[in-house]
Every structure is written in structure tokens, then in C-alpha cells.
Design a protein around this ligand. Sequence first.
Ligand code: FAD
Length: 418
Amino acid sequence: MIMAACYLDSHNPVHCYGCEACVQACAKGAIRMEEDSEGFRYPVIDDSLCINCGLCRKSCPFVNPPVRHIDEKLVYGGYHKNAVIRDASTSGGAFSAIVESWCDENYVIFGAVADGLEVYHTYIEDKKELALFRKSKYSQSRMGSAYADAKRFLKQGKNVLFSGTPCHIAGLKSYLRGKEYENLLTVEVVCEGVPSPLYIRKFADYIRETHGSRLCGIDYRYTDSAPISSPETTTPGKWDFQVMRLVLENGKEIKKDRWFNPFWSVWLNHLMSRPSCYECPFASVERNADVTLGDLWGVHLYCPDLYGRNGGSSLIVCNSRQGRTAWKKAQEHMFGRELDFPTALKYQGPMRGHIAPNELRAECMADLQNCNYLEINKKWAKRPTARLLWQKYVWGNRQKIWLWNLTQRLKNTFTSGK
Ligand SMILES: Cc1cc2nc3c(=O)[nH]c(=O)nc-3n(C[C@H](O)[C@H](O)[C@H](O)COP(=O)(O)OP(=O)(O)OC[C@H]3O[C@@H](n4cnc5c(N)ncnc54)[C@H](O)[C@@H]3O)c2cc1C
């Protein structure tokens, strides 16, 4: 069998997911992460400390990809029954439902938190602090000592819920060297890759120059609906219209429309993703984690009953026995139902394959290093098409759902009147 080349030997950026498993595996502290000119982090060995034990290479998920789940999947769509939690989550709040039911006692939860523009992994031992992990932070999370901490807790017999991107979960599994733990539940998000942090830094420079204050927080997918204070509220949400909410040091808030926000255009045209994302082996039907969570894209087309007044919906894919058992309990916190996997897959590109390379990426990345925010956007961001704006603001998901509801009502009246 030919072994894949490890980044530590090849220095090929495609060979490193940036998961930091090697850093944590090194007993001598001989490996550190360093940013390259594109802003992505890679391991660097200090030869004066290295004793050539090889543990770093053995823990690398690129060289030793974990065994993936190929069992039959349990697929579910829906949203959290508590409107406050749903509103505070990215999709339908499925992550919170899992935490609420799985984390009973003697548990610890790992996830990604934001500190200003930085994103890193940490753990909490009280689910009341779960808000820290809610909301997708669209930047690669730094692992720090998360794998080592998780392993320590697992050995102590704690129930460990570890969440992250698919490559984070692969990193954890390689770090654990394939050992299975009954007290471990892994939850991954569907992932379309991570963008270069250079863009957001340029954006932060621009905000400081134009508003005279530092950008200290970003909510990438803020729903901007009327404040939801009651768990039972049925006020329509604004999931289709999520905006980017910026918080400045001087307390000011800025909201940027989703469809006119150049960040999404540059990133989602795959002009600034991490090199390994263009060949990601985890973007497939066979998954690493026990549970995969995503947005229920296509909800208005194939399961309009789960739209829930535009408040956000989750896709939940249980890939293993542990995943199915966990979800069967979590389900009690959700409105929803089982879905057909092939249909759900049609609307989930990142579960079918990795992102396609963009031949202009190198040029865009060079501009990210040399140009300012406005110059970058002028050259690389596309304006929304008239068709998209029509779909979003004139005739789109909400109207299709309205029509569907009307048809259902008419059908019911017709059949009950027979
Ligand atoms: C980088 C990234 C790309 C994504 N791409 C897609 C996509 O293409 N299609 C799709 O359907 N869904 C995608 N998602 C997933 C989606 O945005 C939601 O995170 C997911 O549906 C869970 O939402 P929720 O409402 O259940 O819970 P929430 O409570 O909002 O979810 C929070 C979960 O996300 C994790 N998380 C947040 N930021 C990060 C991060 N930077 N790195 C690792 N984990 C993080 C937290 O640890 C926690 O587990 C992506 C998420 C991320 C972070």
C-alpha cells in the first residue's frame, strides 16, 4: 500500500487540513503552527527538539484517514421547538437539541468559539454556556489542546461531545489512533471549506478606517427578526434574509445585507478557500462523525412542512449507531420528521463532493495580500443577479411556501367537504 505523503515531509499545502493533530501528538512540543502568506496555518518542526519518534505522522488524518461510517443513515429535517434557541442558532438549532438530550451528567462539550476575529476550540462543562458554540463562524477554528483534553476526559470516563468541521473530527480520530470510545459522540457540520482570514482582516481595517472603531465581533448569519423572547413565539423569522452583523468596540452595530455582501461572493466562488478544501476527502456521503448537521437547503421544494415560518431548519444525518441513538433522544426537542437521504443529498453539494478549483484563485490570493478591501471587492466580488434578487425579494421561498399552504388548505376543504 502506498502511504500518502505527510505535509511535514512534502510541504504541499493540499496535504494539510490545519487540524493540529500533529502539534498535540508531539510529546516534545517540537511542532508549532505558523501562518503562510495566504493566512492559513501549517505545522513547522523545530529540529532541535524533534526526536524523530514519528508520532506526528501517525496522528495525521491525511496520512491515516479514519475509518468512515458506511452504515445506513437516519436522516431527519426540522427545527427546535424553542423559538429563542432556534433564533440563536445558525440553522434549525439541531446542535442544541443534541446537547440538551445527550449531555445529561458527567459530560463535557467541545466546540468553536469566536474571540473577536479569531476562532478557536474549547470545552464547556455546563450546557448553560452553550451559547458560546452556537452560530457558524466562517473561519478555521484553532484546535489548541482540544484533542489532548478530549482524550484525557475520555480516559476519565466522562461523556465527551466533540463538534467541529469534518476535518476536525478526522483529526480527533487520528489523534485517538482509531481507538473507539463508547463515551464519545462526534458531531460535524456540513462544510463547504474555510476562507482565508486575510479577507476578514482587510475588512476589519476598512471598518476601523471608515468608522474609527475596532471590529470586535461578527455574527455571519444574524436573523435580524424582532427580538424573540418567548420560546413559544410563532412570529415569522428571517432565515432567508440573514444579514452579517458587525459589532464595533464603540458599541455601534453595522448590518450588511446577505446578497450584497462581497464576503459571500468571494468565498463561495471558491477564490480564497484553504488549499486542502479543494481536495477534501471528507466531503462525501461516507462520514467521519456520528452525526452531520447542516442547513435544510431545499426545504421549500421537498419538505415545505418543515419551513416553520422562515425561522431556520436543520438537516440531521445520523451516520452511526451512536449517532442514531443520540438523535432518537434529541428528536423530542424538535418539530420535524424523517427524510429520504437521496433527496436531501440533491441539495447538499458539500456532502456529495469537495469544492471545484477556481483557476483565478492564485491571482485573487495575491490581491488579498497586496490590495485594500475596496480594491479586492471591485475586482473579485460579483453583484447579485437580477434573477437572484427576484427570487429573494419578489417571488421566492416564502411565496412558494405560501402557495403550498394555500393548496393544502384548499385540498383539505375539498376533501372534507366531499
Ligand atoms: C465553516 C463552515 C462551513 C459550513 N458550510 C455549510 C454548507 O455548505 N452547507 C450546510 O448546509 N451547512 C454548512 N455549515 C453548517 C451550518 O452553518 C450550521 O453550522 C449547522 O447546520 C449547525 O447549525 P445548528 O442550527 O444546528 O446549530 P448552531 O448552534 O448554530 O451550530 C453550532 C455548531 O457549529 C460549530 N461551529 C461553528 N463555527 C465553527 C467553526 N469555525 N469550525 C468548526 N465548527 C464550528 C460549533 O462548534 C457547533 O457545533 C457550515 C458550518 C461551518 C462552520
